[in-house]
Design a protein around this ligand. Structure first.
Ligand SMILES: [Zn+2]
Length: 283
């Protein structure tokens, strides 16, 4: 009897273990970085997926797969679907799907009334700013297929006080302006600005709003941005390590005093950069 039972176990096809997908945090706020882990798919190929409209670029993580996703700071609160697809090691396609519920970021709103001449750009500046914004979008749409970053991200400048201002929005003369998409660190002009993590210098520029800027490509759609720089210490295409100087603090572009505006993008999603300092990943 025992023999037959054992035989039965051997001849029955072993059902593939269910895909286990963890989305951390399960209820992200606007501007949050989300980690998606896929377990039970060791040896799988072509692991891919999406969160809302965002493509998920997975990398092997121990016996699992992981991907970083961004919840853009203006994502409408509510349900955002995700789906995962892969081909397991036996060549069988597998799928999983679910959703996360995005909560409001609770960003401050400031209402100001100012003379029109102070807030409206002249047509030439308007055109220039629009062209520069399009260049940045084209950059964020460029996904380097390998992960260049390793380990924790670091604050890119020593500042007198904690950085702030992410997501804050001004409504000037009744017109909502673009929300502030990075974090501002107050520091003296000339203070070194370092790469938050390993990456490739993807863009150097002199932009109307951002001033002198460095954009680093960390791979898999993740970019960090360093704005209003006084000096730049890198060249386009160069690889930099975490902590390597990329430039110095300045007040170039639209800026009222020396500070570093530090931004982070996952594809087109504008995320709160300090989330990257505390990623729950061992690497
Ligand atoms: Zn700023």
């Amino acid at each position: 009897m025992r023999f037959w039972l054992a035989l039965l176990l051997v001849v029955l096809p072993v059902p593939a273990a269910a895909l286990q997908v963890r989305v951390v945090p399960a209820a992200p706020r606007q501007g949050d970085t989300v980690l998606v882990f896929v377990a039970g798919a060791s040896g799988a190929q072509n692991v891919e997926g999406s969160l809302g409209a965002q493509h998920l670029a997975f990398f092997p993580y121990g016996t699992e797969f992981a991907a970083l996703a961004g919840v853009d700071l203006e994502t409408k609160p509510g349900k955002v679907p995700w789906r995962i697809g892969l081909v397991d090691r036996d060549g069988v396609p597998r799928k999983a799907a679910g959703s996360v519920t995005v909560k409001p970021g609770g960003f401050p709103v400031e209402r100001l009334t100012l003379p029109g001449g102070m807030v409206n750009l002249d047509p030439e500046a308007e055109r220039r700013a629009a062209n520069e914004a399009a260049r940045m979008r084209a950059l964020y749409d460029t996904v380097t297929p390998e992960r260049l970053w390793r380990g924790p991200f670091t604050q890119p400048v020593a500042s007198r006080k904690p950085g702030g201002g992410f997501g804050s929005r001004r409504i000037i003369n009744g017109q909502p302006r673009m929300p502030h998409s990075g974090i501002d660190y107050s520091a003296d002009r000339g203070t070194p600005v370092v790469a938050s993590n390993r990456g490739r210098v993807a863009l150097l520029g002199e932009f109307f709003f951002a001033g002198r800027l460095v954009a680093l490509d960390h791979g898999l759609g993740l970019y960090t941005l360093y704005f209003h720089l006084d000096g730049v210490a890198v060249t386009e295409g160069q690889m930099v390590e975490r902590g390597e100087t990329v430039g110095t603090v300045g007040t170039t572009g639209r800026s009222t005093g020396p500070h570093l505006h530090f931004g982070a993008q996952l594809g087109r999603a504008r995320i709160n950069p300090p989330d990257l300092y505390a990623l729950p990943l061992r690497d």
